[in-house]
Design a protein around this ligand. Structure first.
Ligand code: CUA
Length: 177
């Protein structure tokens, strides 16, 4: 079969570019630990309020006995609930997101907090937010008329100024409960 030399050049160029992209993805995945969130955990989106974990009282920031910080949030048209959370900077945070209606996305500008929130699944992201400040949480998947107004606020405060919710600020004494 005759292939025009010019066409052959372009074919090599196209295969080369595809190979380059695959190479970049592999390097990121294997050496930089950059992977798509892939936590496969299902949940019934229609009865979140009845589920123990995503009951209204359990939403927001929680610290368990081992000191792990988990943030549970519900996305729904049009907002992320609770509407405002305060988290410590430079600390490992595990976000657990669920949708109560349609597909949403959540993105926190200037950080790597970004994931899709697919109804029926729990989207989990563990990350560290290095810089204190006020950040918005924005929806980045078109979800309806109010999509542009779907946002909430996150205050990232310096580790030493953050107190776990539900605990009184300790006054220097040991607090082992
Ligand atoms: Cu939610 Cu767009």
């Amino acid at each position: 079969m005759h292939i025009d030399p010019l066409e052959k050049k372009w074919a090599y160029a196209a295969v080369g570019i595809a190979g380059l992209f695959v190479g970049i993805i592999l390097i990121d995945a294997l050496f930089h630990g950059i992977n798509a969130p892939s936590n496969v955990e299902t949940i019934d989106s229609a009865s979140l309020h009845l589920s123990e974990e995503f009951d209204e009282d359990n939403l927001g920031v929680q610290v368990d006995e081992s000191g792990t910080i988990t943030i549970r949030m519900v996305a729904g048209r049009y907002g992320f609930y609770p509407k405002h959370i305060t988290v410590p900077a430079d600390t490992s945070l595990t976000f657990r997101w669920v949708s109560m209606d349609v597909l949403h996305g959540v993105h926190m500008p200037m950080t790597n907090m970004s994931t899709m929130i697919v109804p029926g699944y729990v989207a989990q992201v563990t990350t560290t937010l290095p810089k204190p400040g006020e950040y918005p949480l924005l929806c980045n998947e078109y979800c309806g008329i109010g999509h542009d107004h779907m946002w909430s606020n996150v205050s990232v405060v310096a580790k030493e100024h953050w107190t776990a919710p539900g605990k009184a600020p300790s006054k220097g004494g040991q607090d082992n409960d």
